[in-house]
Design a binder for this molecule. Structure first.
Ligand code: ARG
Length: 602
């Protein structure tokens, strides 16, 4: 953490690390710098596990070492009380005053005291990557949603984040499509036509249908096949009329992707699109460079990079295809050019690829080649941030009944419909009437939030089942549960305001009063946001942040049951209002970083 960061409020865990670290240095000067190993504890607020390893190194009994260290903990630290347990654990109970001061310090800062730990790091992040003239499908959800969460977290932590939407916008298949479109000008596919006259759900669905028609004609009609082949040549040669149609296909596809991003609340726009085609001019040069350095070799008339690390099932080295026998370039070459560009032109310190785990070999070979070419050095980190698949109710990769891939938008509609039922039932049970508009708005927030939370709350590499009923439940580890917790927090503050009670800018000091266990747990949980975000930045696992929000919502539920807020006398009421404020802001911040709406009412 930069020492100059004016927002940084060290976490209680960090403060205990410092205090116990100082005690170790004082008691055993030659062991100074040893990690106190502060961990969560079942018996106290936190515990220090260092004494066991320390005992071995100084040749003493662990309980004795623990006692010596505990006696050396500097006065005035956050530690209120120490107990030695088991073979030599230090059970650490925080001082009430320290906990309370911490809550107030976080509350006083607009960033909740979170340090900008990623300042100075330039991150390039490649995510979403849909293919033009094709529907976005269930496979694109994860890249888009996980990528968006990482963008939010890393940006919040001060990284300079460059978003790159690596659209699949190039390939010989577009020759056929362009030819068909040109010969059938009456077929609707542009968004103004789609929205008014067509039964197609989107521009990309219409284009996909036209592509299938083109394919049929290509197979049945040799003259059309010939014209299509010429069209590919014209496209690659940069023929103006052909390029104009291609550009329109890209723009109309982007128009639809923007709708999806907008509905999902994804921070991607056309400005972030840098499709495969934008690297075309670099491909010859990449092939030349790799040939001259001896990394790419000719094999069967094609130019390939043979891996020195990975062999295929046939015992032969796995290969990247740099140039096909027909002279054409493909996905591998584009990714080589892209990686070189991101390092040399964009100046990335860290490059993240949000792509499903089935492409693991591709990225392994890509990074190996880039290291051998000298582009990827130890100063740059390239990571394939891989993830598993979304499964259907039958536990198999999600497909429609007719065996087709599921449209992403249809999936969102399903989740919103399920959320609408749940929200309407909830309102009825509480006796609050929601008008149709409000119900729809809340259902949209809840349904989209549910989809995102289901995607973000598990470990990335695991597959998960898309089950709208489970995802939208009010109880359990769901997005809806978190959103509902947020509405309960806002409702306390609203009811307080109605009575003329406002959240104090500075809450009254404790003055010797003790905090309730539920208050302590709530403060301790809220305090860990900084550490959680740093861990997400480190291992790129958003489920840590999801888990934090869930723990916070549960700690709040416990607090709310045990500690009356509005019904307590001052100054307790004032302090509890301050805690509600801290919790609401922390939960809202967590939800925002997950990319999930934090509604005021549900
Ligand atoms: N367009 C690809 C797909 O739909 C994803 C692109 C991933 N990014 C990359 N640099 N290869 O699967």
């Amino acid at each position: 953490m930069p020492a100059s960061d004016p927002h940084a409020v060290p976490t209680l865990a960090q403060q205990l690390t410092d205090a116990v670290g100082a005690a170790i240095a004082a008691a055993y000067p030659e062991q100074a710098g040893a990690d106190p190993l502060i961990r969560p504890s079942d018996h106290a607020d936190l515990q220090a596990n260092a004494a066991l390893a320390l005992a071995k190194r100084v040749g003493a009994n662990p309980r004795e070492v623990a006692t010596t260290v505990s006696e050396a903990i500097p006065g005035g630290s956050a530690v209120g009380h120490v107990e030695i347990s088991g073979p030599g654990f230090l059970n650490l109970t925080l001082a009430d005053e320290a906990l309370w001061a911490q809550a107030e310090a976080r509350r006083a800062d607009p960033r909740l005291g979170v340090a900008s730990s990623q300042a100075g790091v330039r991150t390039v992040i490649d995510y979403s990557g849909p293919n033009i003239a094709k529907e976005m499908h269930v496979g694109h959800i994860r890249s888009t949603v996980i990528g968006d969460c990482l963008v939010r977290v890393l940006t919040f932590l001060g990284s300079d984040v460059l978003k790159q939407n690596h659209l699949g916008d190039w390939g010989t298949q577009f020759g056929m499509l362009i030819q068909y479109i040109t010969e059938n000008p009456d077929q609707p596919w542009r968004h103004d036509e789609i929205d008014s006259v067509s039964h197609q759900p989107s521009t990309v669905s219409a284009l996909d249908t036209l592509y299938r028609e083109a394919r049929k004609q290509f197979d049945a009609d040799p003259a059309f096949a010939d014209r299509s082949r010429q069209r590919v040549v014209a496209l690659q040669a940069g023929d103006a009329q052909t390029l104009a149609v291609w550009r329109e296909i890209v723009a109309e596809s982007q128009f639809y992707f923007d709708r999806v991003y907008d509905r999902l609340g994804i921070q991607l726009s056309a400005r972030d699109s840098r499709g495969e085609s934008s690297y075309n001019d670099l491909l010859d040069d990449v092939a030349t460079e790799l040939t001259e350095s001896g990394i790419a070799v000719t094999s069967d008339g094609a130019l390939v990079v043979l891996s020195e690390e990975v062999t295929g099932p046939d015992g032969q080295p796995a290969a990247l295809m740099v140039r096909k026998r027909d002279g054409g370039y493909g996905y591998d070459t584009t990714d080589l050019a892209t990686l070189r560009y991101r390092i040399t032109e964009l100046g990335a310190d860290r490059i993240l690829y949000l792509v499903d785990s089935r492409q693991a070999l591709h990225f392994r070979l890509l990074f190996e080649a880039a290291r051998r070419a000298g582009w990827l050095t130890d100063d740059v980190q390239a990571v394939h941030v891989s993830f598993g698949s979304i499964l259907g109710p039958d536990g198999k990769p999600f497909k429609t009944r007719s065996g087709e891939t599921v449209r992403l938008m249809d999936l969102l509609d399903q989740a919103v419909a399920a959320a609408q039922t749940v929200v309407a039932e909830g309102a009825e049970a509480k006796g609050t009437a929601l008008d149709q508009d409000t119900l729809q708005r809340i259902a949209e927030q809840a349904g989209i939030g549910a989809v995102k939370y289901a995607d973000l709350s598990g470990s990335r590499v695991k597959d998960y089942v898309f089950d709208t009923e489970r995802m939208t439940a009010f109880n359990g580890n769901t997005g809806v549960y978190l959103q509902y917790a947020h509405t309960r927090l806002t409702s306390i503050l609203r009811r307080a305001a109605e009575r003329g009670l406002h959240v104090p800018e500075r809450a009254p000091a404790l003055d010797g009063a003790a905090l309730e266990p539920a208050e302590r747990a709530l403060i301790l949980t809220a305090d860990s946001l900084t550490d959680v975000l740093d861990a997400v930045a480190d291992d790129l696992e958003p489920h840590r942040l999801a888990g934090f929000c869930y723990d916070l919502a549960r700690a709040f539920t416990d607090f709310y049951e045990a500690c009356p807020v509005l019904a307590s006398p001052d100054p307790v009421r004032q302090r509890r209002l301050a805690l509600v404020d801290l919790t609401r802001r922390t939960l809202a911040q967590g939800l925002e970083l997950l990319g999930i709406a934090a509604p005021e009412r549900m």
